[in-house]
Design a protein around this ligand. Structure first.
Ligand code: FO1
Length: 313
């Protein structure tokens, strides 16, 4: 069975790979990508939205294949000039990328919502499916490390995710309202599936589910909810997911990620190497290659995720 809207929850690099695959197999009006904005921050006077931009660049074919974030064919004159002046250069903003932050900041200051700015940028970059922030309100991921609380990008980029994480908080979550189109999609009829992309369950999907009402709306959406594990053989493909799980007292396994999502999930897609690891879970398990290197891999995994969801309808 196919047809109907697919809502995909995604963080940055890993999630964007599956989102790109989904965008290649679904009609543009049958995919709504919900981006994490917990990583967003204000830096050098600019509003930076890393996961929205990573998703946008990936779907526009403008992504940097080496870093996974930022733009391809980037130049760094701004950063070099900033460093020469003694400015903060730990968070690298390429020249082309910079234009996005400058224009977004202007528009947000003029009163547009992040959803409006993102939609217009998407149209101008030729992106078909909709990418929406999980909320238009301010929600910031904060991490407690030894020494106190720090902003997400301070931990992730400036300190290169080295400190051990003791606690995670989503500042502003209590008052954040879910992005209206996401709620309408989850509550309206015609939903085919919710796909949780292979993103970090704590810092990428966690903030999305922390927006009041969103987790509940997903749980009661009436369509299958499937997740793709971000862990392959006890390791994250990219980023500190495995390290973070260990620090938070969990095993760095696909099974532990599924337990983290709890009763939200109907189906779970894990890599072939993790088939035994998830054998005890009370979930419909699909075993498939989940490492996405080529576009073909992304498309293939998107098809697997959709088939897994459809089989649960
Ligand atoms: N990640 C880095 O590791 N170093 C950087 O200098 C960096 C700059 C950067 C600029 C724009 C942007 O949209 C993302 C950027 N990222 C950088 C990635 C980003 O901060 C993280 O990968 C995400 O927040 C995690 O999903």
């Amino acid at each position: 069975m196919s047809g109907g809207l697919v809502v995909a929850l995604s963080g940055g690099v890993g999630g964007a790979k599956l989102a790109l695959g989904l965008s290649r197999v679904l009609p543009v009006d049958e995919l709504l990508i919900v981006a994490n904005t917990g990583d967003d921050f204000e830096h050098l006077g600019l509003s930076i939205c890393p996961d929205i931009d990573t998703l946008s660049y990936a779907l526009a074919g403008l992504d940097n294949p080496v870093t996974g974030w930022g733009r391809r064919d980037e130049t760094w004159s701004f950063m070099e000039s900033l460093a020469a002046l003694g400015g903060e250069d730990w968070f690298r903003l390429g020249d082309r990328d910079l234009a996005v932050h400058v224009e977004r900041t202007q528009r947000l200051r003029a009163g547009q919502t992040l959803s409006q700015v993102t939609a217009d940028f998407s149209r101008r970059l030729g992106i078909g499916p909709r990418i929406v922030p999980m909320t238009d309100d301010r929600l910031r991921t904060r991490l407690r490390i030894d020494g106190g609380w720090v902003d997400f990008q301070d931990y992730f980029v400036r300190q290169q995710a080295r400190p051990a994480i003791r606690e995670i908080a989503f500042e502003g979550a209590v008052g954040a309202r879910p992005q209206p189109d996401v709620m309408a999609a989850l509550k309206g009829g015609g939903l085919r599936a919710v796909v949780i992309c292979p993103s970090n369950p704590f810092i990428s999907i966690g903030p999305i589910l922390a927006v009041p009402g969103l987790r509940d709306a997903i749980a009661h959406c009436g369509a299958p909810v499937v997740a793709v594990s971000p862990i392959i053989g006890g390791r994250a493909v990219k980023g500190p997911t495995a390290k973070m799980m260990t620090e938070l007292g969990l095993e760095a396994t696909s099974a532990a990620v599924a337990r983290r999502y709890g009763d939200l999930l109907d189906g779970y897609i894990v890599d072939t190497v993790d088939a035994d690891d998830v054998a005890g879970l009370d979930l419909k398990i699909t075993v498939a290659p989940t490492l996405m290197t080529s576009l073909e891999d992304k498309v293939a995994l998107a098809r697997v995720a959709l088939a897994a969801a459809d089989a649960l309808r």
